[in-house]
Ligand binder design. Structure first.
Ligand SMILES: [Zn+2]
Length: 135
């Protein structure tokens, strides 16, 4: 799965489209790279929107044991084989303004998708997508 970038049809900003590396599918033209990424995930990982959101890995102080524990907790919250096959993870970021999805940041190399915050719970940092307790 990739996101293609190309000139916008109206000559304005650059357009983005999700595309599949396993077939000829290409998504609709989008202005937001996140929308193109989500289109591609809807195609390649259709159940991704039902995944639990996990807290992002805290990387400010590198602690191999903390990284190991985080990976185990994420793996236990996702379907068997999901991460190993390159599936995405959904993360609740500490900075709610950091909404960019990131390629290659999931433990198995898939996308790290920023969970959409619940506007009703914005101040508490809760996500609309279910959240794994304790992470
Ligand atoms: Zn495909």
């Amino acid at each position: 799965m990739i996101v293609r970038w190309g000139p916008a049809g109206d000559g304005g900003a650059v357009d983005k489209r999700g595309a599949c590396l396993g077939c000829t599918w290409e998504g609709p033209t989008r202005r937001s790279p996140n929308d193109a990424v989500e289109d591609a995930h809807d195609h390649a990982w259709p159940s991704w929107r039902s995944l639990l959101a996990v807290r992002e890995l805290r990387t400010s102080s590198y602690d191999p044991e903390a990284v190991r524990r985080w990976r185990l907790q994420v793996a236990s919250a996702y379907p068997p084989g999901w991460l190993e096959s390159g599936g995405p993870i959904v993360v609740l970021r500490r900075n709610p303004d950091d909404r960019m999805h990131r390629a290659g940041k999931a433990p198995g190399g898939g996308y790290e998708i920023a969970a959409a915050p619940d506007p009703r719970e914005e101040s508490s940092g809760e996500a609309m997508q279910g959240t794994l307790p304790g992470l």
